[in-house]
Design a protein around this ligand. Structure first.
Ligand SMILES: [Zn+2]
Ligand SMILES: [Zn+2]
Length: 255
């Protein structure tokens, strides 16, 4: 499977970094998105129009704001096959608002929303062409939030753009995963991470070590912090010996 980061920024974006969205080409014609905060969904790419699912992590605008614009583009291609959107229960209303704004105050009939309550890791979806099992687990954030796992055979990729450290449900889901796209919102040394529901690079590195994963990919990064990527790397390295990447928009990872 291939994962392309369409938005790697935290709530404060920059010209180079948009808000959170990841595009997953799972193979066999199965393509999906995690979150819809990136302005790259508005017209920079055509492949996103063929996604079958959108897995939304939570209702904050930096993860949801462009869902309506994406659906408008899909509607204008004459799309009829379903777009299924999975989201936590308290996110439905926010999605409805953003979809209506861009679609003549209507929810197009091809859109299906499936709300769930994230908790312990469990399977929420299967995509048959690519033989992918999708799991969700509660992330530790300021509102009801999910992290997702995409599993193909022995391969498992974890995506949790907004979470505080040591989140037990995510650590269980991430155990021995191939890669973890992990929150890295706060600057090195800042102690607010747990209270604010976000992580520092040290936190992300420590989580990667706890879960014994192979590759840590830092996402949801404040643009202001990237003046010193070496410091971010060094902080994440304090606890974790595996591969570490600081994600940028349009970076693609193959697993
Ligand atoms: Zn958030
Ligand atoms: Zn966020």
């Amino acid at each position: 499977m291939q994962v392309t980061v369409l938005g790697s920024s935290s709530f404060i974006p920059s010209l180079q970094r948009s808000w959170t969205s990841l595009f997953l080409n799972l193979g066999g014609g199965d393509a999906v998105l995690v979150d819809a905060g990136s302005w790259r969904l508005m017209g920079f790419r055509f492949d996103v129009l063929y996604t079958k699912r959108v897995y939304i992590t939570h209702n904050h605008p930096d993860h949801t704001v462009f869902i309506g614009a994406l659906i408008r583009r899909m509607r204008r291609t004459g799309r009829t096959h379903p777009l299924v959107i999975f989201c936590p229960t308290n996110t439905v209303q926010r999605l409805h608002q953003f979809i209506r704004i861009w679609n003549h105050n209507k929810i197009p009939s091809f859109v299906q929303i499936r709300a769930f309550t994230p908790g312990k890791p469990r399977t929420i979806d299967r995509l048959s062409s690519s033989k992918t099992e999708v799991k969700a687990a509660a992330a530790c954030h300021t509102t009801l939030t999910a992290g997702y796992a995409f599993c193909q055979g022995d391969k498992r990729i974890i995506i949790s753009p907004d979470t505080g450290p040591k989140c037990p449900t995510l650590l269980t889901m991430a155990q021995s995963a191939n890669a973890w796209f992990h929150d890295c919102t706060f600057a090195t040394g800042r102690l607010l991470s747990i209270r604010k529901g976000h992580s520092t690079p040290q936190n992300a590195g420590a989580d990667a070590a706890r879960a014994n994963i192979q590759k840590l990919i830092l996402i949801h990064i404040s643009g202001l912090r990237l003046r010193n990527p070496q410091a971010i790397m060094a902080a994440a390295r304090l606890h974790f010996n595996g591969d570490i990447v600081i994600a940028r928009d349009e970076m693609t990872f193959t697993f």
